[in-house]
Design a protein around this ligand. Structure first.
Ligand code: ADP
Length: 163
C-alpha cells in the first residue's frame, strides 16, 4: 500500500550538517519527498508532537528533555510517500537507542551513545531523526506539521522504475 509518513531531521542533524546525507537515504530507496520545510519549533507545536504518549512510554523526564531539546530550535520537516513507507522509513532510520542502532541505518551510521549515558547526563539521546511509528501516528503528525497546500503530488521516475 502506498503510504505517507513524517520525518523530522532534529536539531542535532541540522546543526551537524547532515540534512542532505539523511534525505539522500530516503531518495535512493525510491521514497518520494512530497513536502519539505525548515521549522523553528514553538512550545505549542512541540507539546502536540511529543504527546502524553511519550510520558506513558518513556517517562515525564524524557518528555521534558525532548521539549528542552526541540523548542526554539530548528528542524527539517519532511513528508515522504512510498509503498509501506512507515515501516520502510523506520528501518532506514534504525533503533531509537544509538548504541543499539545497526550500521547502515541513519542512527547506526551517525550516532552511538546509550540511554545510560544520556540519563547520567540528563539529556535526550540525540538520534538525529524522528519518524512516525505507525500509520495512524503518521496521519496525525503529517496534519500537525503540514497544511494541504504544502503537500504535492507528482510523478517521479520511481513510479516507473522502482515501484
Ligand atoms: P522514536 O523516536 O524511535 O520513535 P520514542 O518515540 O520512544 O522513539 O522517543 C522519542 C525520542 O525520545 C527518541 O527519539 C529519543 O531522542 C528520546 N528518548 C527516548 N527514550 C529516551 C531515554 N531513555 N533517554 C533519553 N532520551 C530518550
Amino acid at each position: 500500500m502506498i503510504e505517507k509518513t513524517l520525518v523530522l531531521v532534529k536539531p542535532d542533524g541540522v546543526e551537524r550538517g547532515l540534512v542532505g546525507e539523511i534525505i539522500s537515504r530516503f531518495e535512493r530507496r525510491g521514497i518520494k519527498i512530497i513536502g519539505i520545510k525548515m521549522v523553528r519549533v514553538n512550545k505549542e507545536l512541540a507539546m502536540k508532537h511529543y504527546t502524553e504518549d511519550i510520558t506513558k512510554r518513556r517517562g515525564e523526564h524524557v518528555r521534558k528533555r525532548l521539549m528542552d531539546f526541540i523548542v526554539n530550535n530548528h528542524v527539517i520537516a519532511i513528508c515522504l510517500e512510498g509503498v509501506d513507507a512507515v515501516e520502510n522509513v523506520r528501518k532506514i532510520v534504525g533503533e531509537t537507542e544509538p548504541r543499539a542502532a545497526l550500521p547502515g541505518t541513519i542512527r547506526g551510521d551517525y550516532s552511538h551513545i546509550s540511554y545510560k549515558y544520556a540519563d547520567n547526563k540528563k539529556i535526550v539521546v540525540p538520534n538525529l531523526v524522528h519518524a512516525s511509528a505507525n500509520k495512524e501516528e503518521a496521519e496525525k503528525e503529517i496534519s500537525l506539521w503540514f497544511s494541504q497546500e504544502e503537500l504535492f503530488s507528482y510523478k517521479s521516475v520511481h513510479d516507473k522504475h522502482v515501484i
